[in-house]
Design a protein. Structure first.
Length: 636
């Protein structure tokens, strides 16, 4: 059978080795190689051309193996099918469901076969494990966990233009740990279950300076309630064979899919270990073409995998893992050769056992913390798990003084939608980004289905002393604004400064209006913008200077005492002249009032900056004024 190989470098060399074996057995003839660079071949006399259609038509190839970058799969597969060739398509089959459907349409139009190169699905252990599950031998299955920890040098991510990329020249690539090297773990787990996917959660991280994830996990909830969790990394100090664990209430089965080894532990303590045969996917495709044998991995069988890949594609950019959590190795010239995450293999194993995401295992590098002189002073929650009525948004909490006094509060009983420190607007383009009830003129606070969400997109900078974050403000009717948020922590004598800047860019194509309860008739309720909720348990709360609510001064201060008697002061200094929104008796809170008594219209971009001094002890008027005077020049 005549075969053409598209993509003979990189992983394509593995296919060349297999083709040589099959050629020596008289099963195939390597009729052609399609590549942008000439390839030296030690067997046969294949034609070579960068034009796949021309090569197939010239050679009469019956099968085309496509082993090219992910983002080229759809175009090449469609080309091969329409040229009259069956296809063995390397995994993952496509970078998006749309591209997957393009290939499926070509399969349907031509009546030819497309087998996807998930080699693990050629293992006889797959049907054996499915039969074991169906028989009830390990009881009712509650979930499947997967773990994979490999070592990859820094050069792995520079081996090609698309390596470690989420997109290239505006085209989706999705080359991450979950979707490429450990794609088999995801696909194999999905091959053990039936039914549709109900929900997909992703957590993507990166230790290397790349776009894509090198350490990540995914949790897939099936429609019948079964859970699949896969945790993987390319930052382990050594390679461990990846595996799946099927958790039953009367036993469990562990499948090391790279070795076709299945270990079954029964409730009575007995253990069975079997090693299964594996059918090569090219041989299976040849048998399908010649004899009508069933395909082991037809394109249709990989639709669920492509849906998971799409969840990774659409997920926020991977969270950078600060170097303080890494072991970094360099060569003699100072170039970084490896980045390791201590204990990460054990974390992947815990995830597989507990069906938990990394963030649920209390892993330090899953959290964003601000530090001053090596001391953690604030935590930033960038993926909040909140009810929609809170208008979910990222926030800082807890925030502490250098002396360890907590000066923020999260979801207090009096206002559960108050979330530490962040940006909240009562009405932006008709959507409630503050949380709680919406004030309706002549009606008062009313529950409406108008809550928005501030959706984290990416951190373009993340370090111990701050970050630059990109967010999308999405209302019930779609996106209304894009935000760039810059937050920094800086030492200031025996205190520290939280420097918070946000820039909102209008996405609506029309003037974007900011309103508040005050602009709708509730006098004094002009809140909206930067907002700091202080602890409601504090006592002896005071503000400076004088009557601060509604004032337009460059600074104000709030002080209080903890129930244990420890005092604190917050000095807020702004770059603009917005009125201050201040609450003291009802609850302690300080923020901007962007729309104090009239709406504020955003034509293009609105930028605001507030620097807050976080101080141990209670400052008097003179000390607070002096501190503010020292901070003010930094705002210019």
């Amino acid at each position: 059978m005549k075969v053409v190989l598209a993509g003979a470098h990189g992983h394509g060399r593995h296919h060349l080795g297999n083709l040589r074996r099959l050629a020596n057995l008289g099963v195939i003839e390597l009729a052609g190689i399609c590549d942008v660079r000439p390839v030296e071949v030690e067997f046969g006399s294949p034609s070579q051309s960068p034009d796949l259609r021309e090569l197939i038509e010239k050679t009469g190839a019956e099968i085309t193996i496509i082993c090219t970058p992910i983002h080229t799969h759809a175009d090449l597969a469609v080309t091969a099918l329409h040229a009259g060739s069956h296809v063995l398509l390397e995994k993952p089959p496509a970078p998006s469901p749309e591209e997957h459907r393009r290939i499926a349409a070509a399969v349907a139009e031509t009546g030819l076969a497309c087998q996807v190169g998930f080699q693990s699905l050629g293992s006889a252990a797959i049907p054996a494990l499915r039969e074991l599950i169906a028989s009830g031998a390990i009881g009712r299955v509650r979930g499947i966990g997967g773990a994979g920890s490999w070592e990859r040098p820094s050069s792995y991510f520079t081996r090609s233009a698309w390596s470690g990329r989420r997109r290239l020249d505006g085209v989706d690539v999705v080359d991450g740990a979950l979707t490429n090297p450990f794609a088999h773990a995801v696909a194999t787990a999905l091959a053990l279950v039936d039914g549709p996917i109900a929900e997909i959660e992703t957590e993507l991280y990166r230790a290397h300076p790349i776009e894509a994830d090198d350490t990540s996990c995914v949790r897939i909830r099936m429609d019948d309630g079964l859970v699949i969790t896969i945790a993987v990394t390319l930052c382990a100090p050594e390679r461990d064979e990846p595996y799946l664990v099927v958790h039953g209430d009367a036993g469990r089965a562990t499948f090391v899919y790279t070795q076709d080894r299945l270990r079954v532990e029964h409730a009575d303590g007995s253990v069975e270990t079997t090693v299964h045969s594996r059918t090569g996917l090219l041989e299976n495709l040849i048998a399908h073409v010649r004899e009508g044998a069933g395909l082991l991995v037809p394109l249709s069988r990989t639709e669920s995998f492509t849906r998971v890949l799409d969840a990774v594609r659409l997920a926020p950019e991977p969270l950078p893992i600060p170097e303080r959590h890494q072991i970094v190795e360099k060569d003699d010239s100072g170039e970084v050769t490896h980045r390791f995450l201590p204990g990460v293999a054990g974390l992947t194993a815990r995830s597989a056992q507990e069906l938990a995401l990394y963030s649920e295992l209390d892993v330090p590098w899953t959290r964003v913390e601000l530090q001053v002189a090596g001391q953690a002073v604030a935590s930033y929650e960038w993926r909040p798990d909140l009810p929609v009525t809170d208008s979910p948004r990222p926030y800082l909490h807890p925030v502490r003084t250098l002396g360890g006094v907590e000066v923020t509060e999260f979801r207090p009983e009096d206002h559960v939608h108050h979330l530490g420190v962040g940006v909240a607007i009562a009405d932006l383009g008709g959507a409630n980004f503050w949380g709680g009830r919406t004030y309706v003129k002549d009606q008062g606070p009313t529950w409406l289905d108008d809550h928005g969400t501030q959706r984290h997109l990416a951190f373009s900078r993340l370090s111990d002393d701050g970050f630059v974050e990109h967010l999308e403000w999405v209302g019930p009717r779609g996106s209304v604004a894009r935000e760039e948020r810059t937050v920094a922590a800086r030492p200031y004598g025996e205190a520290w400064l939280l420097d918070f800047t946000f820039s909102l860019t209008n996405l609506t194509g029309a003037p974007l209006e900011i309103q508040s309860s005050a602009t709708k008739g509730r006098a004094g309720a002009g809140y909206g913008g930067f907002f700091w909720r202080a602890p409601g348990t504090s006592t002896a709360r005071t503000t400076l200077p004088g009557d601060t609510h509604g004032s337009r001064g460059p600074w104000i201060a709030m002080s209080g005492s903890t129930p244990g008697g420890r005092e604190w002061t917050l000095v807020f200094v702004q770059a603009a002249d917005d009125p201050w929104f201040v609450r003291v008796e009802e609850y302690p809170g300080v923020g901007q009032a962007l729309a104090w008594d009239r709406p504020l219209v955003v034509e293009s971009t609105l930028t605001r900056r507030v620097v807050t001094a976080v101080v141990d002890g209670r400052l008097d008027g003179a000390a607070a004024a002096a501190l503010a005077a020292n901070v003010t020049p930094t705002l210019q």
